[in-house]
Structure formats: structure tokens, C-alpha cells
Write a protein that binds this ligand. Structure first.
Ligand code: C5P
Length: 466
């Protein structure tokens, strides 16, 4: 491994050394080189892309970008037909190191945080997995940010984008840890950090919906209940409705009313383990307008995911770099995304009884849900209270290319290596793209392998992966 001696415990400094070695290699390359960037199309991938795009622009490099759902042989075949001098893979690529090295004899950089099997290679890899860092310490966009900052201090103004990727990959839990917390210090020029009720949607959603949709923190008789949320708010005796009788947004309540609201929620949660666990860090972008999804880092990351799920990679990059026209277009995409989500959840609720069997729920949506949305469904289901903690959720959807997209998650905060489980099941049926993180991973198999795969994953022993 470049720049690393084998240690039991690595430090942030070791990681920064790894980054600096990679940047030195990059600086050595010809400035007239044309760079091809292949990057993932989720929030972390789009944040990574934006950071590298801006950094390369600042160094006067010429480049082109392709955001993809995953690397597979089709992506590599198409790449082989293109002309470029340097390759960058962002938020993906680790599973294909040997393949990439064999096909492209060009300087290649992989900036990622997904698990991968490391072996000797000429490719320059920066990945926290190499240093056994915890999943929550840094995302791919954090890796890209440290690379960009080491290349040119000017890129310090991109730190907020790195945190957007980290939030999108669920690395923020009542604060950032590790390298992410160092990046937060750089981001403070653009970001305000405050403590407040840690609900999703406080900038944009009416307060009744914020509470109804809140599963963490859970509010008894309110979470998951439309009527319950309305009754709870109306009985609080605070000014929660506007002049037209509609519920206000949380940011439009007075300080006093927010206090009464949070006290009411805590009282309601007295039977829960930690009734007061409703506060957390709020991260808001100083230069964005109040009441928009771009104001709050969590809502911004959802917007990016929505744009990515709709296949609009360059729009995602433009909104990260805060282009005004792009923001307007992205709001339209967000509305379509929300409509699609409602349809998906309706389908799930109508069909959910048939999915569960002994510790595993196999949600076989076939053509009822788009492959680009199946991961979102799997994530929502595991974060709500539909299944007991520890239930493995395997969601499948057909793609337009006659394949099956598989998304795998685990319900609750339970330590099960679903990636290991998925990899073993896939290995038993053939050689297909499969990868991700310990608790969130995916795969792509031919349609003809559907039954074989379901049998394989249903018969796997969970104990081995706990
Ligand atoms: O697509 P989905 O949301 O289920 O993916 C979960 C995680 O697994 C993501 O981080 C994604 O990048 C990763 N993944 C992967 N290789 C695949 C499919 C998904 O690394 N073939």
C-alpha cells in the first residue's frame, strides 16, 4: 500500500499521508491530460463528483464526467471506446481493481469508501477501509474533499459538500466523528451548526407531517399516524396553524412555541428509553434561503439522492455547486420523487404481509417499482417499525435491461454483515456485480437467476454474519 506501514491502529494523520501521497502522484501528471471521471449517482457520489470537478476546473484540467448506478462490464466496455489520459473513479470502483488495471493502462485514481479486497496494484487508491477506519468517520466525498484540499487550499470552500455526502450515507448521528468532524471545522465558514429538534423536514414540511413521518425519534401515538399527529398538535395549545388553518413549518413557529412543542413531545415519550433524545445538531447553509430544501444539510442530501435516482447526475453536480437555475429544476425533480415515493409506499403497505418469513423479508417488487427506487424502499422499511430489529430486508426490482436489481439492508441498529450474506448468496449462483457496505449493499443479476437467488439468500445462515 502506498505511504502506509502496517499498524494495528491507524490515525487521521496516516489517512492524510495516504491522501498526500496520492496528490503528489497526481501533481506529477501532465496538465494537458484529459481526465475521465466515473462516479456513483447517489448523494455521496454526486457530492464527490462536484468536489473533484471544481478542483480540476481550478487547476485548468479538461475532463468529462459519467455518473453511473454501479460499475459493470457494460460501463467498462463503453469506457474502453473513449479517449482519455487519466481515470478517476469516485465512490465506486474498488470491486473492479484488477479488471480496471488490465483494461486501462492509464494513471488511475480510486477515491472511495466501499469495502474492497485489497491486493497489489498500480492504481492509486484512497479508501478508509485500508486503514480500518469506522464507517462513520469519512465518506467518499470526504475523501475527495481531502484530496482537493491537499491539491489546493482554495478548495477548503468545498468542505460543506463533503458533509452532504456523509449525511447522505447516514454517517451523521448526533454529530460527526473522526475525519468528518475535522471536515466540519473547515465547513463552518459556510455552515451554521446549532442544536434543535432533530426531525427531518423542518425547513420544508408542515409540522404535522414532520411528526407523523418521524420514526427516530419515535413519538408514541403520533409517529406513523396522520390523525394522531394532528390531534397531538391541536391539543398542545400553541400557534401551530396559519391564517388559512394549515399547519405551519417548524421554522415558522416562535421560539416559545418550539419550546412548548418539544416539551410536549418529551412528555409524550416518557415511556421510551431516552425521552429527551429528540435534540441533535442542525446544519444549515448560511447562504441559502430559509424554507428551501437547500438550507438544511439533511434535506439537501435527500434532494441530491432524488436527483440521482432520476438519473440526473449533472443536475446534482450543479446544485452542489449552487447554480441558481439548477436549483429550480431540482425542485421539480424532488416533487416527482415524492409522488413516486408515495406510490411505492402504498404498494408496499398493500403487499407487505406476503414478504416476511423467519428473520428475513424478501420484497420482490418485480416490475411494480423502478430499480432506481428499490434501494430507497429497502432503506425506508428498515428505518421504520415495520419489521423487528435484526430482520434482513432483501428487495428486488426488474431493470429495463432484463436484469434484477437487489438491495439489501438490516432493520434497526443491529450489527449484521448483510454484505457478506449477499456476496455469499451471489457467489453461489454466478459472477455478478455485488458490493456496498456492511449494512447497506446491492447486486445486479440476470432475470433468469431470480428463483435461484431467492432460494440461496433464504437458506443462508445468519449466525455466521452476526
Ligand atoms: O443500490 P443500493 O442503494 O441498494 O446500494 C447500497 C450500497 O451498495 C450503495 O453504497 C451502493 O454503492 C453499493 N452497491 C455496490 N455495488 C453494487 C450495488 C450497490 O457497491 N453492485
Amino acid at each position: 500500500m502506498i505511504g502506509l506501514t502496517k499498524k494495528e491502529k491507524y490515525t487521521n494523520l496516516d489517512f492524510l499521508n495516504l491522501v498526500s501521497d496520492a496528490v503528489n502522484k497526481f501533481k506529477f501528471l501532465n496538465k494537458n491530460s484529459f481526465i475521465k471521471i466515473i462516479a456513483h449517482i447517489d448523494c455521496d457520489g454526486l457530492s464527490s463528483t462536484s468536489i473533484i470537478v471544481k478542483a480540476l476546473e481550478r487547476e485548468d484540467f479538461k475532463f468529462s464526467v459519467r455518473n453511473v448506478k454501479q460499475i459493470d462490464n457494460n460501463v467498462l466496455d463503453e469506457l474502453e471506446k473513449e479517449e482519455f489520459d487519466i481515470l478517476f473513479f469516485l465512490d465506486l470502483g474498488g470491486e473492479y481493481i484488477k479488471e480496471i488495471e488490465n483494461r486501462f493502462k492509464k494513471p488511475t485514481f480510486i477515491l472511495d469508501h466501499h469495502k474492497f479486497e485489497h491486493s497489489e496494484t498500480n492504481i492509486t487508491i484512497i479508501n478508509p477501509i485500508m486503514l480500518n477506519l469506522d464507517y462513520r468517520e469519512i465518506s467518499s466525498s470526504g475523501v475527495c474533499y481531502l484530496f482537493a484540499k491537499c491539491l489546493n487550499e482554495k478548495n477548503k470552500d468545498l468542505a460543506y459538500i463533503a458533509l452532504m455526502g456523509a449525511v447522505g450515507d447516514m454517517q451523521e448521528k448526533n454529530g460527526f466523528i473522526g475525519l468528518n468532524s475535522l471536515i466540519l471545522e473547515d465547513a463552518k465558514e459556510k455552515l451554521d451548526v446549532s442544536i434543535g429538534p432533530r426531525f427531518f423536514g423542518i425547513q420544508t414540511r408542515p409540522i404535522n407531517k414532520v411528526l407523523e413521518y418521524s420514526t427516530d425519534p419515535f413519538i408514541p401515538n403520533v409517529s406513523g399516524s396522520e390523525e394522531g399527529a394532528i390531534k397531538f398538535l391541536d391539543e398542545l395549545n400553541i400557534d401551530v396553524r396559519d391564517n388559512y388553518g394549515n399547519f405551519k413549518k417548524l421554522i415558522d413557529l416562535s421560539q416559545d412555541d418550539v419550546k412548548k412543542l418539544t416539551s410536549g413531545i418529551i412528555l409524550n415519550r416518557l415511556n421510551q428509553e431516552n425521552p429527551e433524545d429528540i435534540f441533535g445538531n442542525l446544519y444549515t447553509l448560511k447562504e441559502e434561503a430559509l424554507g428551501t430544501p437547500m438550507k438544511d444539510l439533511k434535506e439537501f442530501s435527500t434532494l441530491l439522492n432524488a436527483v440521482g435516482r432520476f438519473g440526473k447526475g449533472s443536475l446534482g453536480v450543479s446544485i452542489c455547486l449552487r447554480n441558481e437555475d439548477a436549483k429550480k429544476e431540482a425542485l421539480g425533480v424532488l416533487s416527482s420523487y415524492k409522488i413516486e415515493l408515495i406510490d411505492i409506499l402504498k404498494w408496499f403497505n398493500e403487499n407487505k404481509d406476503q414478504f416476511f418469513s423467519e428473520g428475513i423479508a424478501i420484497i420482490n417488487a418485480k416490475d411494480s417499482i423502478k430499480d432506481s427506487m428499490i434501494g430507497t424502499l429497502a432503506s425506508i422499511v428498515t428505518k421504520s417499525n415495520v419489521y423487528d430489529p435484526g430482520t434482513i430486508v432483501v428487495a428486488l426490482a426488474h431493470t429495463e435491461e432484463d436484469e434484477i436489481k437487489i438491495s439489501c439492508r438490516v432493520a434497526g441498529n443491529i450489527d449484521i454483515d448483510v454484505r457478506g450474506m449477499l456476496k455469499e448468496s451471489i457467489a453461489g449462483i454466478g459472477d455478478y456485480p455485488c458490493g456496498g457496505h456492511k449494512t447497506a449493499c446491492g447486486a445486479l443479476i440476470p432475470k433468469s437467476k431470480e428463483e435461484e437467488f431467492i432460494k440461496a439468500i433464504s437458506n443462508i445462515s445468519y449466525e455466521k454474519w452476526q
